[in-house]
Design a binder for this molecule. Structure first.
Ligand code: K1U
Ligand code: ZN
Length: 185
């Protein structure tokens, strides 16, 4: 398994539409394993294929120990509204409050291509919506008001200097004691 370079804001791949997965090959299984390793090394709870420069319609999640491989997902139910402070492995150090559906039901395929349904509320629901957005070239900053987005982009002008070539290299075990507040609960 390998930790893959993470693409950060400014890399055009983050704005691409993904392509549905049609074949569950050994290469796809390898990509899934590498995405889990990369997400865990970066201390994230989700990671979508465009964040590692790939255009397969695929995301992986690990929320409170529930690991999910989510291929070709569709949100089939949305209910209510929840405000959540979101981060993004592709926009490190920046956070913003986003309004999301409070509960979603998602239909998808698992790593073998078998259909399944998952219902998510709280962090799982927010994370599913955040990751599915990535698969359509959308980022959490697109949900912010113009003023808040401009403020965050101004902060990013400074932060992005740490990521030449729009690449973030994550090292296993890095930032081990810098968990996000939600993670410490
Ligand atoms: O897709 C990504 O960039 C992953 C992202 C998913 C996400 C987390 C929280 C709200 C919305 C979407 C992250 O994992 S950011 C890492 C992070 O800030 C976090 C880690 C553990 C718990 C909560 C947040
Ligand atoms: Zn993200």
């Amino acid at each position: 398994m390998s930790i893959l370079p993470i693409r950060v804001l400014g890399d055009p791949v983050l704005r691409e539409e993904t392509k549905p997965v049609e074949a569950f090959t050994p290469e796809l299984q390898q990509l899934i394993d590498d995405m889990f390793e990369t997400m865990h090394a970066a201390r994230g709870v989700g990671l979508a294929a465009p964040q590692v420069g790939r255009l397969e319609r695929l995301t992986v999640l690990d929320v409170h120990g529930q690991q999910l491989v989510v291929v070709n997902p569709e949100i089939v139910e949305r209910e209510g509204t929840i405000k959540w402070e979101e981060g993004c492995l592709s926009i490190p150090e920046l956070y913003g409050d986003v309004n999301r559906a409070a509960r979603v039901v998602v239909e998808a395929l698992d790593r073998e291509g078998k259909p399944f349904t998952v219902e998510g509320t709280e962090l799982l629901g927010v994370c599913l919506q955040h990751e599915i957005d990535h698969l359509h070239g959308k980022l959490f900053i697109d949900h912010l008001s113009l003023l808040k987005r401009q403020k965050l982009l101004a902060e990013w002008e400074d932060e992005k200097k740490n990521y030449p070539g729009n690449i973030r290299i994550v090292v296993a075990g890095e930032d081990a004691d810098e968990a996000h507040d939600d993670e410490k609960l």
